[in-house]
Design a protein around this ligand. Sequence first.
Ligand code: NAP
Length: 389
Amino acid sequence: MRKSVTILGSTGSVGLNTLDVIRSHAGRFQVAGLAAGSKTDLLFEQIREFSPKAIYLRDESAASALSKKIGRRVRLFTARDGMNRFSSFLNSDILVAATSGTSALLSVLEALRSGRKVALANKEVLVIAGALVMAELRKNPRASLIPVDSEHNAIFQCLRGHAVGSVSRLLLTGSGGPLKDVPKKHFARLSRKTVTNHPKWKMGKKISVDSATLMNKGLELIEAAWLFGLPVERIEVLIHPEAVIHSMVEYADGAVLAQLGVTDMRLPIQYALSFPDRLASPGMRIDWPSLKTLSFSMPDRGKFPCLDIAYAAARQSGSAPCVLSAADETVVGAYLDGKVPFTRIPTVIEKVLSCHRRAPNPDLEEIRSIHDWAVQETKKLCGINRRDS
Ligand SMILES: NC(=O)c1ccc[n+]([C@@H]2O[C@H](COP(=O)([O-])OP(=O)(O)OC[C@H]3O[C@@H](n4cnc5c(N)ncnc54)[C@H](OP(=O)(O)O)[C@@H]3O)[C@@H](O)[C@H]2O)c1
């Protein structure tokens, strides 16, 4: 029987790749629901092609125009209903969490509570509320959480058949981002196009800026700590510009297992959807003779302070990662809107973290209010009034 799939963030980079996987394996998967923020035309095209039972569109005014076009055959949810109501109404076999930011948190918690498979791209959900998400996963033996992020998907594959107790450390690889070879003294003059132009992956704007500051690796190490139950001290970031190895696991005996593949998000997405099976991916092969070198180096921590800011927030644990994520999302949004320069991103995040009174074990309500507090503090530091936002 075909597995039904709901995609949160269907109009984004991961969402579009997920639909491509479903298109290639239409005998295995069918779309149950699609959720988007504001790209109405693209969502409409997706409705026509995939005939979902229900859709979610956050933007209320765009939703009313869309509802006239789609008629009554597709149930429409909006921000007033909440994305969580939309995803639990569908109760599909697989929930793909591919929105940016934190809007998918309740949907992910609810899907795990009802014993479903969650394919998680949206790392911010684990960064802000890893303890709650993992507790929900442990409580429900039928539920599963499969990482889509290529690094975590690689580690997940390298851990198959091994006890986590025999792991010595995780090696989280990263290409180094678009600014790896740009001297720090030039950072103040970079165009947004340069900052968001990732050398290896085509992604949404927020994650592209995070890749330029290396905050993406910082968020990923917190995500890895939750997913694989290891302290951040045993997770190391390694720069690997060729992006052929997607991450590695070093075991107690010194053996290292690595997962390699072409840089195409459809591979980890497909593995997450089909797990524990593997499906065919014609054409997605490494061209071995063209691979001259696989190089590795340590990240330049002076040039990219966001990495150490993230390690520090991870060590503080409790509500600190939530503040890190909220501050990062807000200041990156301000940077993309032209309200703060690129070079202020780390200083703003560090300042917000330093003003925060850490809660050791925040529940959902506390996470919400701490997140809101961090967003407001960041906006103040970026000179954004409530009216502007
Ligand atoms: N892109 C990658 O290759 C990649 C790799 C690994 C992990 N990730 C992670 O995956 C997540 C998505 O990344 P992305 O690059 O795909 O981002 P993206 O291209 O910016 O797409 C984000 C998607 O989420 C939707 N969205 C945003 N806020 C929403 C809300 N409040 N309600 C409903 N929909 C909302 C957007 O809708 P509209 O466009 O219609 O506004 C869009 O469909 C991020 O957490 C990122 O870190 C991405």
